[in-house]
Design a protein around this ligand. Structure first.
Ligand code: ADP
Ligand code: MG
Length: 476
């Protein structure tokens, strides 16, 4: 903690000033002196026991909020009380006490024996159910924008996230809902937004929480009869990031409390960032009023990354880890794993593990071997893209030509071969294969397969090509 107690208290005062009348401020806050700050506990000195009780009775909520805002969710306040007339340590202090409340107040002069002067009275802001929450934002520094590769698959979501990070609560993207399938980068992007906001606005309270954790905290709060604390805690966040809101499905009470937190934050210009596995229209088990709130801002989806983005992501990873890997291996991984980024990373990690455990160089063979095992359970097949790449490499043709409509002889033949392998090695329909290979129709693909079969029967050299290609494409 690098803030000094004076600075922290100064910050607190500037917030308090905006929330109480000028007279109250002068009476109840100006006389307070900050004494020390140790960890997240700020000690303030108040002129009397009575003064302390008055603060506790009338300003506790404001003080709590303010202190937490400055010191984080586990920020605590301790009072140090000056006794009147205690060894001249302080001038006796008189406060004005509104007569209406007088009956509830104790007489300060009979309260404390002198030897208790300066004894701190703990005022812990412990919120049951939040005990395990770190005061910090819960952000993973690795999930930054710098580490988030941009591609067609995430362009909208990424730039909306970036806009939000530069102006939290100040864009039309509130809430920003990022949705998409597993392993496509929702959590990463959500963290990136939080990290960027912390960088841009260090004073803002940013909190990342999974909806699962939110739910458990809420259940605990209910159990401990602490619902209000729970709600207040969440209502003082400036930027609330809730991951995987689909987890709220069917949990009416949690949805209800989230609805209130949402409204409070939204009304106060605070930013909400949500992630989900589906678009709001497709979410089930979610209250209508909540769904309609989700649609207030922007819903941006993350899609399966294209080949180039997959390659860029792998390149970034191996570069960051300082690993040397042949380009063909990297491309092979990117071509083979098309489902999502988490699997792509998983494949890379197992490959690295295999190579270092068995002291084997990272080669294409090792990669093929590993991929075969790694993706065995997920009904793996070679992709059309990969087939096209191998065929093009083999004939030394640019892949764009193969995907184009050109009728040049050598391209036509390579394209037919690619179609033939796609038909035999993937489960793709003839129409899909045609679409990938120069926008042809299914009849053209059938024709290509027949042509290749015929040529293999009649042309030995051609048959050789096919056999060699077959080896290259097949997974060992
Ligand atoms: P989700 O929350 O959608 O299931 P994650 O955010 O956990 O997905 O992403 C899975 C993995 O993929 C993480 O390790 C993440 O860093 C990585 N990842 C996702 N998108 C990108 C990207 N655009 N650039 C780099 N890494 C990414
Ligand atoms: Mg996630």
């Amino acid at each position: 903690m690098d803030k000094s107690h004076v600075k922290v208290w100064e910050n607190c005062l500037s917030i308090i000033k905006d929330n109480v009348s000028a007279q109250s401020f002068k009476t109840w806050f100006e006389p307070i002196k900050p004494v020390k700050l140790s960890g997240n506990v700020l000690t303030i000195q108040v002129p009397s026991q009575f003064f302390y009780e008055w603060l506790e009775e009338h300003y506790i909520t404001l003080l709590k909020k303010t202190v937490r805002k400055e010191l984080g969710a586990e920020g605590k306040l301790e009072y140090s009380i000056i006794m009147e007339g205690a060894f001249n340590s302080a001038k006796p202090y008189t406060v004005k006490i509104p007569t209406t409340n007088r009956k509830e107040l104790k007489n300060p002069s009979v309260q404390m024996p002198i030897d208790l002067s300066n004894k701190a009275i703990r005022n812990p802001f412990i919120i049951p159910g939040l005990k395990n929450v770190n005061v910090e934002s819960q952000l993973n520094p690795n999930y930054s924008f710098e580490n988030f590769i941009e591609g067609d698959c995430n362009r909208l979501a990424r730039s909306a996230g970036f806009a939000v990070a530069n102006k939290p609560g100040g864009t039309a993207f509130n809430p920003l809902l990022i949705y998409g399938g597993v392993g496509l980068g929702k959590t990463h992007l959500a963290h990136a937004i939080g990290i960027q906001i912390k960088n841009n606005f260090p004073g803002k309270t940013v909190l990342y929480v999974s909806s699962e954790k939110f739910t458990h905290q809420f259940i605990d709060a209910v159990r401990n009869n602490n619902q209000n604390d729970f709600v207040h805690f969440y209502q003082m966040i400036d930027v609330l990031i809730i991951d995987d809101v689909q987890f709220f499905a069917g949990k009416d009470k949690t949805q209800d409390v989230f609805f209130h937190v949402f409204n409070h934050l939204h009304q106060n210009g605070k930013q909400l960032v949500l992630t989900a596995d589906k678009a709001p229209v497709e979410m089930q088990g979610m209250e209508q009023r909540l769904l309609s709130r989700f649609k207030w801002g922007l819903s941006a989806d993350l899609q399966v990354p294209g080949l180039e983005t997959r390659i860029a992501i792998l390149e970034k990873k191996i570069y960051a880890d300082g690993i040397d890997m042949p380009k063909e291996v990297l491309e092979y991984l990117a071509y083979s794993i098309t489902t999502n980024i988490r699997e792509l990373e998983g494949a890379l990690i197992s490959l690295l593990a295999q190579s270092s455990l068995n002291k084997k160089a990272i080669t294409l063979d090792l990669a093929k071997n590993m991929i075969d095992k790694f993706v065995k359970n997920t009904a793996r097949e070679v992709s059309i893209d990969y087939i096209q790449k191998v065929v093009c490499d083999y004939f030394d043709l640019p892949i764009e030509l193969l995907k184009s409509k050109t009728r040049k002889r050598e391209v036509v033949q390579a394209r037919q071969i690619a179609m033939y392998f796609a038909k035999n090695m993937t489960k793709s329909s003839l129409a899909t294969i045609g679409l990938h290979c120069g926008g042809k129709d299914h009849a053209t693909v059938l024709h290509a397969c027949r042509t290749v079969n015929n040529l293999m029967d009649t042309d030995k050299r051609f048959k050789n090509y096919i056999e060699e290609l077959n080896k290259k494409i097949s997974i060992q």
